[in-house]
Design a protein around this ligand. Structure first.
Ligand code: SAM
Length: 193
């Protein structure tokens, strides 16, 4: 099913990134129907199934409601762009912060490629704004977008905030789609004035 195919994509990317380790706290944006959250929960040991390994935490957020999953907390009916989302997320994350922010959010496709591209970048911008205030220092950020004319601007913004940025195209994503992921690792400490 869809849950599985999507989860495989995250699994494949994490084989390269190695971010989802036991004990880590993950914020999963655009989490419905829940495949990424489920895969992340398994990898960070959110249910404590790996004996002797630190227990992680996964918070999934989506505009849509999400069916409950073992080891995952969900904020359904929540827009990442809403003014009170940061407060809600902070209240649920252990210590009010995350090691990883993942975004598989996608806008409703209009079919007009340039427009869909801009809207997907706008969602990445919203995900990044939340990540910058929710991530622990040294934390990591992954976001999906539809490639196009303004992709380089997002890349530049990520490069300014993180130590390393790379593009990933998981094999499970349709070859003809413009879908890409940017993986930004090592949030830099804010510059003091
Ligand atoms: N990663 C999910 C999984 O593995 O099951 C699939 C995510 S699906 C491709 C994209 C999701 O982004 C949709 O469920 C949609 O509701 C959500 N989304 C789009 N815009 C959003 C927004 N502004 N705030 C929160 N979620 C949003």
């Amino acid at each position: 099913g869809l849950r599985c195919r999507s989860g495989f994509k995250l699994a494949h990317m994490d084989e390269q990134l190695g971010w989802l380790r036991p004990g880590r706290a993950v914020l999963d944006l655009g989490a419905a129907p829940g495949a990424w959250s489920q895969e992340a929960a398994r990898r960070v040991n959110a249910t404590g199934a790996l004996p002797g390994a630190p227990r992680g935490f996964v918070l999934g957020l989506d505009l849509l409601p999400v069916e409950p999953l073992d080891g995952v907390s969900f904020l359904g009916g929540t827009d990442v762009r809403a003014a009170d989302t940061e407060t809600k997320v902070r209240a649920l994350l252990p210590g009010g912060a995350a090691h990883l922010v993942l975004s598989d959010m996608a806008p409703r496709a209009s079919g007009v490629r340039a427009l869909d591209h801009e809207q997907s970048l706008a969602l990445c911008g919203a995900a990044l704004a939340l990540a910058l205030v929710i991530l622990r220092p040294g934390g990591h950020f992954l976001c999906k977008f539809w490639d196009g004319a303004s992709s380089e601007e997002l890349r530049a913004r990520l490069r300014a905030a993180f130590r390393d940025v790379r593009a990933l195209k998981p094999p499970a994503s349709r070859r003809d789609s413009a879908e890409l992921y940017l993986a930004a690792s090592g949030l830099r400490a804010p510059r003091r004035p």
